[in-house]
Design a binder for this molecule. Structure first.
Ligand code: AMP
Ligand code: GLY
Length: 423
């Protein structure tokens, strides 16, 4: 079969690699793709938000399955456009992708269906938010309602900071229309865990757990980023936690979406906080995490394409997911200055060292070809993933492999997976 992947990051590189392992797949296209994806897929110069052009491409090239990697097109309704034209596509429709697209929606859903999450209020006017803050407890968390590249969350320690935050989100509109509405919620403490799952509208199959490192600098300092590195599994995600979440979070979320007339097909990413009162939902995403995909998919034994087709056809109950009994760590190599401002266009050396190295992967996030060479082309440039028998071994392998790569401006965190030492 022929597969089209929509997106251009490390996640899409991972999806293209995983799809290439499926015996069912003969040919992969990726729009728009990047220099690493080009190893597995023919890159097509169509943007992820050009829904009609993408659908026409799928029609003209007899694509059997389109996989949407990114949040923006999903929230914008790309799946509805493909389905209307009779094309097979993996991902939630617009009315279900709202689970990620509107934090106010997802908080109201959790409240209505008693799914554990932080206490909150939604606000549509800055004056109301400011009034509420006068009697609030600090720290407190402000969230722009809509998509904001993972940057629309502000943790405020004082009333003044929170007042500034309301101004930033609702009045200055730093995150654009995403700030037309805002959630203010209770600050939670605990370990964070990401759990990704396949969903077919009614059945859910969770994947192995992972943990992201969102801040730019070591010791969780600096600004929030898309993610600087991940490890899988999380040693804090115990059997007890899994049992609790299966019963009170995972299936209830799928059932709630169905009950609301918004059946969810695709990937639900549960961002969880393991608090002293038990696991609670921090956020939902409607797609694979990036770089979570880069540690979870290399450990998955199943044919990903088979699982995705089962989701589309509503027969996920026939599938059991299987994962290797190992661990994986991904360290993101970024351009120094990310996520604020950085230079790009520098040649990357050492990529060939990953060839034929079992258990080592280099997934491209922001790269492109220039004069026959691969050069840096983004804030996050590469994700270096390695597996190992244990998390410690995987971490040592991943950091060893980061040394194989060089480019001007190379920046990485040196403490990815440090939390493992405390487990
Ligand atoms: P989100 O995009 O909603 O996952 O938020 C980004 C990050 O902000 C999360 O990964 C957490 O580290 C932090 N965060 C979000 N909500 C809360 C909360 N209620 N309490 C504490 N930290 C939070
Ligand atoms: N790594 C977090 C995300 O993909 O949203």
């Amino acid at each position: 079969m022929k597969v089209l992947i929509v997106g251009s990051g490390g996640r899409e590189n991972t999806l293209a690699w995983k799809a290439s392992l499926s015996p069912k797949v003969d040919k992969i296209y990726c729009a728009p793709g990047n220099a690493g994806i080009a190893k597995y897929a023919e890159c097509v110069d169509i943007g992820a938000m050009e829904f009609e052009r993408l659908a026409s491409f799928a029609e003209e090239n007899a694509i059997d399955l389109t996989i949407i990697g990114m949040d923006d097109p999903l929230v914008g309704g790309i799946v509805d456009v493909f389905e209307k034209r009779g094309l097979r596509v993996f991902g939630p429709r617009k009315n279900a992708a709202i689970l990620e697209g509107s934090k106010a929606f997802s908080k109201d859903l959790m409240k209505k269906y008693h799914i554990p999450t932080a206490a909150y209020e939604n606000f549509y006017f800055a004056e109301d938010a400011l009034k509420y803050l006068e009697t609030a407890r600090f720290p407190i968390v402000l969230k722009a309602d809509g998509l904001a590249l993972g940057k629309g969350v502000l943790i405020c320690n004082t009333l003044e900071e929170a007042q500034d935050g309301v101004k930033t989100i609702m009045q200055d509109k730093k995150f654009g229309a995403a700030g037309n509405c805002m959630v203010i919620e209770e600050f939670m403490t605990g370990r964070e865990v990401s759990v990704l799952s396949f969903v077919d509208g009614k059945t859910i199959r969770t994947m192995t757990s992972a943990q992201d490192h969102k801040r730019a600098k070591d010791g969780d300092q600096g600004l929030n980023t898309g993610g600087m590195g991940t490890f899988s599994p999380s040693p804090f995600y115990t059997k007890e936690v899994d049992d609790f979440c299966s019963r009170y979070i995972y299936q209830p979320t799928v059932d709630a979406m169905a009950a609301e007339g918004r059946p969810f097909k695709g990937i639900i990413f549960f961002g969880l906080m393991l608090t002293l009162d038990g696991p609670k939902v921090l956020e939902y995403n409607a797609r694979f995490g990036d770089p979570e995909a880069q540690v979870v998919l290399p450990r998955m034994k199943n044919d990903m394409i088979e699982v995705m087709e089962a989701c589309i056809d509503g027969r996920l109950d026939e599938i059991e997911l299987e994962f290797e009994d190992n661990a994986a760590v991904c360290v993101v190599l970024a351009s120094d200055g990310y996520p604020v401002s950085y230079e790009k266009g520098f040649p990357i050396e050492g990529l060939e060292k990953f060839r034929d190295q079992d258990g080592f992967y280099v997934f491209h996030a922001g790269t492109k070809f220039k004069d026959g060479k691969i050069v840096t082309n983004g804030g996050r440039v590469l994700g270096v993933t390695a597996t190992g028998k244990t998390l410690k071994e995987a971490r040592a392998n991943a950091y060893e492999a980061t040394r194989w790569i060089s480019f001007e401006n190379k920046y990485m965190r040196n403490d990815i997976g440090k939390a493992i030492d405390e487990a």
